[in-house]
Write a protein that binds this ligand. Structure first.
Ligand SMILES: [Mg+2]
Length: 350
């Protein structure tokens, strides 16, 4: 029997901001780029702001309407990464099998002979006392059930789903709680009047396969709380990128080039910190009418150099953007990554 802990930090970005500025404590706080008149999107809201209906990925404009008294602060990703790393370091003390799935979420697999529930309690307490952050933890026999259970008891939650009780635990939860049961899937499931995960568990595997194909098998297994996916420890990024939406669509060459240069430097910094070099530089342009295009350059030798990355990005921009078309968004990405040390060896050989 496997033992999986799922950890999710509560309102992570907002909690870090509050930690660094105690004046924000107890107040509705929104972490977002831009201002309420602009096009920003909420990246995290404190639980005080969530009470007004504010949630992640909501346009900032709408959030500010729901909660006009909210304090809005811009995200500081570098600071959040440091806190995230400290949390991951704690997890690594308990098991080498730590799979980080996002900046504030991870799975930890605990060997069968150890008491996973006790370890999970200890992790939660240590993160509170040593890092001063709240988190929610769930222990279950697989990743899927641990993840759903964790969401079900947030924030500052703790839950153990005993082996054998997976389906029973999931049954009363709304079908939205099953990862992957998006709008389209749910619309199709309405035919069987599926409202809860338990309702889905009662639909036969065969019927689900007829309707959804392979996906039907996942739905059936998932509804019964079965999942054998491994904890993936490899966390090598596939790419590093940044993008920004202009407050107003722009044709201003100087403004666009300046932002692109800053973003290129930022991407190079992130790459360096992670120890990677990139062979492919990608430019993304989105016009006022939402048409989006990406163009890329592949280098002979991978780079993590900010100047080189900026030069590539600017060259792509000059080749592919006509200022007659106003830009809504611009992005720059580094793909085709390799370890910087091996990249340097390659350079040395050439
Ligand atoms: Mg979280």
């Amino acid at each position: 029997m496997r033992q999986i802990i799922h950890l999710d930090l509560d309102a992570f970005f907002a909690s870090v901001e509050t930690l660094l500025n105690p004046e924000l404590r107890g107040k509705p706080l929104i972490v977002a780029m831009g201002n309420p008149q602009g096009r920003g999107v909420v990246s995290t809201a404190s639980y005080e702001a969530r009470r007004f209906g504010v949630h992640s990925a909501m346009p900032l404009r709408a959030a500010a309407r729901l909660c006009p008294q909210a304090i809005i602060v811009p995200p500081r990703h570098r600071v959040y990464s440091e806190y995230s790393q400290r949390v991951m370091n704690v997890l690594h003390e308990y098991s080498p099998l730590v799979g980080q799935v996002s900046i504030d979420e991870a799975y930890v697999e605990i060997p069968a002979e150890q008491d996973a529930a006790r370890i999970a309690r200890e992790i939660q307490q240590r993160i509170k006392t040593e890092i001063e952050l709240d988190c929610t933890l769930a222990v279950a026999s697989n990743k899927l059930v641990a993840k759903i259970a964790c969401n079900a008891v947030k924030p500052r939650g703790f839950v153990v789903v005993p082996p054998g009780a997976e389906a029973q635990f999931l049954a009363p939860l709304p079908i939205e709680e099953l990862p992957g049961a998006g709008k389209v899937t749910r619309a199709k499931l309405a035919r069987w009047n599926v409202k809860t995960i338990g309702d889905l568990a009662r639909v036969s595997a065969e019927e689900l396969r007829t309707e959804f194909g392979k996906w039907g098998s996942y739905l059936h297994e998932g509804a019964l709380g079965r999942d054998d996916s491994p904890v993936v420890t490899e966390s090598k990024p596939k790419s590093v990128s940044q993008e920004n939406t202009f407050e107003r669509d722009t044709r201003d060459v100087a403004q666009v080039e300046k932002l692109l240069a800053e973003m290129s430097a930022g991407v190079a910094r992130d790459l360096k910190r992670e120890g990677y070099a990139a062979r492919t530089i990608v430019l993304k342009l989105r016009y006022g009418d939402f048409t989006t295009l990406t163009r890329q350059t592949t280098l002979r030798v991978p780079t993590d150099d900010g100047d080189e990355m900026r030069a590539c990005a600017l060259q792509l921009l000059r080749q592919h953007w006509s200022p007659r078309r106003a830009l809504r968004l611009i992005g720059v990405g580094a793909h085709n990554l390799s370890e910087a040390s091996s990249a340097r060896q390659l350079e040395f050989r050439m």
